[in-house]
Write a protein that binds this ligand. Sequence first.
Ligand code: FAD
Ligand code: NAD
Length: 479
Amino acid sequence: MSDKYDVVVIGSGPAGYVAAIRAAQLGLKTACIEKWKNAEGNGVNGGTCLNVGCIPSKALLDSSFKYHEAAEGLAIHGISTSGVAMDIPAMLERKNKIINQLTGGIVGLFKANGVTALYGTGKLLAGKKVELTDNDGAVSVIDADNVILASGSLPIAIPVAPVDDDLILDSTGALEIGEVPKRLGVIGAGVIGLELGSVWGRLGSKVVLLEALDDFLAIMDKAIAKESKKIFTKQGLDIRLGARVTGTQIKGREVEVTYQTSAGEELKETFDKLIVCVGRRPFTDGLLSADSGVEVDERGSVFVNEFCATNAPGVYAVGDLVRGPMLAHKGSEEGIMVAERIAGHKAQMNYDIVPNVIYTHPEVASVGQTEEQVKAAGEPYNVGVFPFAASGRAMAANDTDGMVKIIAHADTDRIMGCHIVGPSAADLTQQVAIAMEFGSSAEDLGMTVFGHPTLSEAVHEAALAVNGNAIHIPNRKRR
Ligand code: FAD
Ligand code: NAD
């Protein structure tokens, strides 16, 4: 039997490693178990986010954006380029270096904060005991006063398009494509489909996205989703809605995809590579013994209350493993909340203000409620919209696609949601998220002095527009 810990965390993705660091900072004796191994067979921290998710996808998005700008976006500034070429292996190597730097950084952070890093597979037993099977197969049992489950999620597999890591890839394989496919098929026009479709589209692939739903970005604010679709289509992404994939067939070095349209038509399309990105599922395989006392809901998520406590006393679960959006920052904040509550603090998390970003260009970002949600709740509201086409800074940057939309309560003027498609939408939305966290009204934001010329002036103007006071566009009539 090993030492007893105050806290044992299973999983070191952004939910687990952040929870472990915060617990150790608060004086709790903490260990974090991770089973991920790198190509050399060594244990690696960071989970999906650092190894095959947020960071590598953003590295490829940034590389491909720079290539595309250099190849096609500079002439308008009077800069002529020729012979612009993309070295795909170099692009992948850069991405891998960033992964290694960041995953190695967690080892350093664990050391600095006194977290014991354990490598192997953890399983929760009854009575807050954790069985550890290390990477050499040795089994031990660790006693803990508290256990935090943070085992994350996996891509959903669909039988009609079985991933073979050659022609049919999941999101992990799509980060490793060694040469630009001429024709790239994507099943699912969600976040991953749009981000990775953009990467390979910018590098020269003809990208077709097959989306089962009739609505594009169905959970986003409708006006922003509509504008985004227009922009992505203009960029060359072929987005086919109401297209449910019913089968795939490998024919030599090609994949033939059969899909059914909402109108009932059966169509076929042939690709050189196919990416399957139809969502992710919570990862509980082998995590819980039958008598662990932890309940899993019908969607496979570990059941937790608003403080991320499971049904088993002293056992918590955070991140993609539990309800809510599968976002790195959501899991990290849950990890911090749980660590602080274990340490006796009265921490809580505001689930109403969790920003959500799609890192295309332009970015699509949102925080708070959509207009459709506000309407459905029967709340009176006002909307302010400002297009980037009217922003001097966006014009200077030749980046005028998109708009800012702010929704505020009609009686209190309190900001209820902000939705942006446009340049730097992620950072602009974050500004509004901060304002919302402080209970800001649209008028408060309107009375704030914004630097000129900045993209954030578009947020200022949208806030002014909520009450019919925008300066740089004609105001819409107040409802
Ligand atoms: P994970 O990051 O999945 O980590 C769980 C860890 O637990 C893994 O390392 C796993 O090996 C380990 N584990 C599992 N079971 C055990 C066990 N029994 N014993 C020991 N260890 C175990 N989110 C964003 O917010 N922004 C983005 O830009 C973004 N981009 C993404 C791009 C892609 C391509 C993908 C796939 C995802 C992206 N996400 C993004 C989502 C984000 O990666 C996840 O929300 C986040 O990683 C979830 O964190 P987590 O700690 O809950 O789980
Ligand atoms: P998603 O839920 O965003 O999109 C999946 C899409 O696939 C949906 O629109 C769905 O209708 C469609 N679909 C499902 N089955 C289908 C079928 N048979 N044929 C055609 N379409 C089908 O999921 P994702 O893109 O796989 O991403 C998974 C999760 O990872 C996201 O929900 C998000 O939580 C996280 N993520 C976040 C970011 C980010 O924050 N920037 C980036 C990547 C991933």
